[in-house]
Design a protein around this ligand. Structure first.
Ligand SMILES: C[S@@+](CC[C@H](N)C(=O)[O-])C[C@H]1O[C@@H](n2cnc3c(N)ncnc32)[C@H](O)[C@@H]1O
Length: 260
């Protein structure tokens, strides 16, 4: 019965939050305190989340760390000396927000449940949700899926450019009952239907999870134009290495295609 109830009514997802708070009680301000198994992989996840941000050399961007926990992503940005990101944190847990505010009193933090609260949260260029959906703890797969499919579109409303989140992969030696292993196809169908058709599924970084980057706009905005031929001056021709003449002959023979 609870499977059919909107997740914000029964709030079963708060069992995930309670579990994470108990990790914090046990392990303190460490990656294990937000239930990441080790520091090295936690660092790698921050790196992957930061890759959501597209290159825009001169412009500052705003970023919401949704499910910020102990602000370890902010610490990563500082350690990497990333200057052009204005960071804001959000967590549904009062304990995590209190701990983050204590560490970084100058940062802005929101403590709210977006499934219940509409309107007070501004829009940011980017939103990252690192570890919000990797564990389902006591929720069934269907309950977790309903929670996930309810929350992602809500959060996306607050992302002007893009959103990143991670979930567990189905392509692993074994699955754990307490983790959320989401098939790519199911994710893709949901994103196209309810969020955006411009997304990247990133599975190249060697962990048992994958990350989705979801954008409002296509990328690149238009197809790159073919490289323009440089006008040949006498000098440039006489300086061209011999091998390039051979390469031109080969290209002509193969119909000028690259690869295949
Ligand atoms: C695994 S921890 C990761 C913390 C942090 N992102 C990091 O990687 O260090 C997940 C965090 O998401 C928060 N969280 C889970 N569900 C949430 C929700 N619906 N709204 C806001 N925060 C949520 C939890 O309280 C917890 O702090």
């Amino acid at each position: 019965m609870s499977v059919h109830m909107p997740p914000e009514r029964n709030r079963k997802y708060m069992e995930i939050v309670a579990h994470l708070e108990s990790c914090f009680e046990r392990h303190g301000d460490t990656p294990q305190g937000v239930d990441w198994p080790n520091a090295e992989d936690a660092l790698l996840r921050h790196h992957i989340m930061l890759d959501l941000v597209r290159p825009a050399p001169s412009r500052r961007v705003t970023l919401l760390d949704f499910g910020c926990g102990l602000s370890h992503f902010y610490e990563y940005l500082r350690a990497q000396r990333v200057k052009r990101i204005d960071y804001v944190g959000l967590d549904v847990s009062k304990r995590f927000v209190a701990a983050s505010r204590k560490k970084f009193p100058r940062n802005t933090y929101y403590c709210l449940d977006l499934l219940r609260n509409h309107g007070t949260l501004p829009v940011f260029d980017y939103v990252v949700m690192n570890g919000v959906f990797t564990e389902k703890v006591t929720l069934s797969y269907e309950e977790m899926l309903r929670y996930f499919t309810a929350l992602v579109p809500r959060v996306f409303r607050h992302a002007r450019v893009g959103l990143a989140f991670n979930v567990m992969s189905k392509h692993v030696e074994w699955e754990r009952d307490d983790l959320f292993h989401l098939p790519y196809d199911e994710l893709a169908a949901f994103l196209i239907r309810d969020v955006s058709r411009h997304f990247v599924i990133r599975n190249d970084y060697g962990l048992y999870e994958y990350t989705a980057y979801v954008y409002r706009e296509r990328w690149p905005p238009r197809p790159p134009s073919p490289p323009s031929r440089r006008p040949r001056s006498r000098t440039s021709r006489s300086r061209a290495p011999k091998s390039s003449a051979r390469a031109r002959r080969t290209r002509r023979r193969s119909g000028g295609r690259r690869g295949g």
